[in-house]
Design a protein around this ligand. Structure first.
Ligand SMILES: Cc1ncc(COP(=O)(O)OP(=O)(O)O)c(N)n1
Ligand SMILES: Cc1ncsc1CCOP(=O)(O)O
Ligand SMILES: [Mg+2]
Length: 187
């Protein structure tokens, strides 16, 4: 599989605002080349249409596009991959469906990160490393957990959750392959 970019932007309908695609273009203009389209509250039809447009825009920037959870939509829009939430289809099942799809996985502890690797996921996000307004009720895992997971996995681990530009170095010092974020790329 190709070497993955180190910066991974996750879209969010609220944070991206009214001009969703304008915001997406701004994130790409900043040099981000790996995008996760992440929707939790729209219909499959709307998600497909949004993914189609996101595919067209990311192609203009030669950026990777991963679709959150919906393998069918990822295949339909010729996305580069899918990003699986913790309780979604097993990565191995997705790989059987479409072996050339990049499969990311949302891990929230060491056990699920190991599961994802054993299932054939290409990378994991580990979250939340720091407190984030996306999940303010969730106790952050901290850089130490990132270090432990990065030492135990051979696939890339992206630090996610409350990552800011001035925390990137700490993430790399603790073994992160890259960093993922919603808000960091919007500020
Ligand atoms: C409705 C809804 N909200 C949040 C999640 C989070 O699941 P998670 O395993 O953190 O995966 P991501 O989608 O956040 O990457 C969910 N599954 N459903
Ligand atoms: C999608 C997701 N999963 C765990 S935290 C998070 C959002 C992180 O948002 P931010 O990078 O703005 O803290
Ligand atoms: Mg999550």
């Amino acid at each position: 599989m190709m070497e993955l970019p180190r910066l991974y932007a996750i879209t969010d309908p609220k944070a991206y605002g009214e001009d969703f695609f304008g915001t997406l273009k701004k994130v790409l203009e900043r040099g981000v080349r790996m995008i996760q389209l992440r929707e939790k509250e729209i219909s499959a039809r709307e998600y497909y249409q949004k993914a189609l447009k996101a595919r067209q825009i990311t192609r203009e920037y030669s950026a990777l596009l991963l679709i959150n959870e919906r393998v069918d939509i990822a295949i339909a829009v010729e996305a580069d991959g899918v990003h699986l939430p913790e309780n979604s289809l097993p990565p191995s099942v997705v790989k059987k469906l479409k072996k050339d799809l990049i499969v990311g996985y949302s891990a929230h502890n060491l056990e699920s990160a190991i599961y994802a690797q054993q299932e054939g996921a290409d990378f994991v996000t580990l979250s939340p490393i720091f407190r984030t307004e996306s999940h303010p009720e969730v106790e952050p895992l901290g850089p130490g957990a990132l270090k432990e997971v990065s030492q135990r996995l051979s696939i890339p681990v992206f630090a996610l959750g409350g990552v800011t530009w001035d925390r990137i170095k700490l993430c790399y010092k603790n073994g992160a392959y890259g960093v993922a974020s919603i808000r960091m790329f919007l500020s």
